[in-house]
Design a protein around this ligand. Structure first.
Ligand code: ADP
Length: 235
């Protein structure tokens, strides 16, 4: 039995990477950014990814988020294998299965917080009414029920990032990927946004994979993965 089939017998992980390889060519040099990376993220669990700059954390998140293709290996979202599927299928799986939070919020500046949470749902085929109801639910969940009509520029850094978190959850994903989600915030706001993320991981049963430079925050997650030399090491 191959490794993927074996793993299928266990509880389905939100996200699983099996022997994922990614190399980049830099001149004559081949850079082994991901060297047979294996990992499995359970539901309701936050996993920290730490490693030096240039180690490949963003590449790993991009590949885990189906934004970039690996050279080899398999990615499974909620037990569904991605390789061999066409672009349309991968895009659909990404839209419905995965939410992203970046260091900078990347909210659309000309739209309100509420509209920023509505739009990804409408792109995904939801009616404005249904999308609006979920946006209200999510903005309430992140403590911004009163701020939905504000545009990003009218919100504080912490509020912008909380809106970005609500947007990431818009399509009810199984997996939340975050690249330095508190990296642009002052320590106190960073702490509050982090607490919110952890609460949502538990209550929404997310598999969260969070790249951070902050070792204190990393230690407060359920697992810490160190990433260096193309390999992921637990502990
Ligand atoms: P991190 O997020 O840990 O700082 P990255 O994933 O951004 O690391 O990059 C990992 C390595 O891969 C770096 O050495 C970077 O220069 C290289 N790299 C990233 N993208 C490309 C690309 N498209 N072509 C060539 N090299 C790349």
């Amino acid at each position: 039995m191959n490794r993927i089939a074996e793993k299928g017998k266990a509880a389905v992980a939100g996200l699983e990477l099996v022997d994922v390889v990614k190399t980049y060519q830099q001149g004559k040099r081949t850079l082994h950014v991901l060297d047979k990376v294996n990992l499995s993220l359970e539901s309701g669990q936050a996993v920290a990814l730490i490693g030096p700059s240039g180690a490949g954390k963003s590449t790993l998140l991009q590949i885990a988020g189906l934004l970039e293709q690996p050279d080899a290996g398999e990615i499974l979202v909620k037990g569904v294998a991605v390789s061999g599927k066409g672009d349309a299928h991968r895009t659909a799986l990404r839209r419905t299965g995965i939410g992203f939070v970046y260091q900078y919020h990347h909210l659309l500046p000309e739209f309100s917080a509420r509209e920023n949470v509505i739009l990804p749902q409408m792109i995904n085929g939801k009616s404005r009414k249904v999308a609006g109801e979920r946006a209200d639910y999510l903005l309430d969940l992140v403590g911004l029920a009163e701020r939905g009509s504000h545009r990003p520029a009218e919100l504080s850094g912490g509020e912008q990032q909380r809106t970005a978190i609500a947007r990431a959850l818009a399509n009810d994903p199984a997996v939340l990927l975050a690249d330095e989600p508190t990296g642009n915030l002052d320590p106190e706001t960073s702490e509050r946004v982090f607490d919110l993320l952890m609460k949502l991981v538990r209550t929404e049963g997310l598999s969260a994979f969070i790249a951070t430079h902050d070792h204190t925050l990393a230690r407060r997650m359920d697992r810490v993965l160190h990433f260096e030399g193309g390999k992921v090491v637990e502990g």
